[in-house]
Each structure stands twice: as structure tokens, then as C-alpha cells.
Design a protein around this ligand. Structure first.
Ligand code: ATP
Ligand code: MG
Length: 200
């Protein structure tokens, strides 16, 4: 079985994440994509909302796709979420899966800084997708890493969670930039400074 891990903070989950996962699934015939929210990402400040809320938004969204699942291991483990630790655990638990890890261009560029990257590239293949503002250039990477990155085409999406948090805080709409389930969750729970409203 071929499984792609879609890791991220998902603060909040948006259509760039969904299209990246779908492009990778489609291009490399993945049987499943597992969305894995991190607890505290190694490379940035803690998330703006709780892990429970981020996980719930992912769960509500991915249940709409027959091949998408949620993996709550990093959230449950707590602490800083190092991918290498999770990948070791995953391969111990599921020795027969062929593992891929889906990342956007900004993360491709950042790969040499990932803790345990030498071991990670022995264990899985990265699927990189384009993202506006960052060139997707494998030539810049050390060859041991570049050899383990394949690319998938997706329509470029100029949306980030940072932009969505800012829009929400300013009272601007995030509708259609996030999956409908996320939009409803954010409004129902009053996340990111949105005024909560009761379900109608
Ligand atoms: P933030 O602005 O908080 O960093 P983000 O939009 O970058 O949020 P993350 O949760 O940090 O989202 O990203 C998770 C993964 O999804 C990363 O590999 C990232 O490169 C990728 N990704 C995020 N947004 C896009 C996008 N618009 N197009 C392609 N890939 C994306
Ligand atoms: Mg990011």
C-alpha cells in the first residue's frame, strides 16, 4: 500500500493543503493520504488555536474523501513534533507501507535543516508541489536529498494559514479559501477572532 503523509500545522487547514494532497494522490497513485497535524512544529512558533481545534477541523474535512484519513499521533505525543520520530514509529507500526511525505515548495527548500533528514530520506520519498513565492528548485539541494524528491503538478494557490488568520482577525471573509467544514467550524467556535454564531 502506498501512503502519503500530509503534515502541517493546519492553523487553519486551507484549500492549498487539500489540493496538494489530491495532486500527490493522483500523480503517484497513492492508496491513502494521512493528514497529520503537528503539535508544536520545529520550525515555527506554536499554533494560534489548540491542537484539538486544528485536529477537529482536519477530521471534519477529510471524512469527505474516500482516500483521506487523519493521523493524530503528533498531537497525542505532545511536545515538539519531529518528523523523524513519527516516521520511525509509523514504519515500526506499518512495516509494509510504501511511505511518501507531501510538502510545498517552501518546505522543499527547508529540507536540509530538518532534524534527521539523512535518515528520513532513507525511509521515504518526498512529493513536492509548487507554491507561489518560492521556486521549486531541486538543484539547490544536496543530491542525497534531491534524489528522494519527486514533483507533482498542482494549480498554484496563493493562500497561507498566516494570511487566513490575518484576514479572519480583520473581519474579512475566508469563505472558499478553506474547506466548507473548516469555515463552519471556525464560525461555530469563534476561532481566529471571528464572532461565534449559533448554527442555523
Ligand atoms: P503558515 O502560514 O501558518 O505557515 P501554511 O499555509 O504554510 O501555514 P502549513 O500548515 O505550514 O500551512 O503547511 C503544511 C504543508 O502544506 C507544508 O508542506 C506547506 O509547504 C504546504 N502548503 C501550505 N500551503 C500551501 C499552498 N498554498 N500550496 C502548496 N503547498 C502548501
Ligand atoms: Mg507554513
Amino acid at each position: 500500500m502506498k501512503v502519503g503523509i500530509m503534515g502541517g500545522t493546519f492553523d487553519p487547514l486551507h484549500i492549498g493543503h487539500m489540493l496538494a494532497a489530491e495532486a500527490a494522490r493522483d500523480s503517484y497513485e497513492l492508496d491513502e493520504v494521512w493528514f497529520m497535524p503537528s503539535h508544536i512544529p520545529p520550525h515555527k512558533h506554536a499554533a494560534g488555536v489548540s491542537s484539538e481545534d486544528r485536529l477537529a477541523m482536519v477530521k471534519e474535512t477529510v471524512k469527505g474523501h474516500e482516500c483521506f484519513r487523519t493521523l493524530d499521533w503528533e498531537v497525542n505525543r505532545g511536545g515538539v513534533s519531529y518528523t523523524i520520530e513519527t516516521v520511525r514509529m509509523l514504519q515500526e507500526h506499518y512495516p509494509d507501507i510504501d511511505l511518501y511525505f507531501i510538502i510545498g515548495a517552501d518546505m522543499v527548500q527547508y529540507l536540509p535543516k530538518w532534524q534527521g533528514i539523512e535518515e528520513i530520506v532513507q525511509r521515504l520519498t518526498f512529493i513536492g508541489v509548487g507554491r507561489p513565492g518560492t521556486p521549486l528548485d531541486l538543484e539547490e539541494l544536496p543530491s542525497e536529498i534531491a534524489d528522494k524528491v519527486v514533483l507533482a503538478d498542482m494549480p498554484l494557490v496563493d493562500i497561507s494559514s498566516t494570511m487566513l488568520r490575518e484576514r479572519a482577525a480583520e473581519g474579512k471573509s475566508i469563505r472558499y479559501m478553506v474547506p466548507e467544514a473548516v469555515f463552519n467550524y471556525v464560525h461555530r467556535s469563534g476561532l481566529y477572532g471571528v464572532q461565534p454564531r449559533s448554527a442555523d
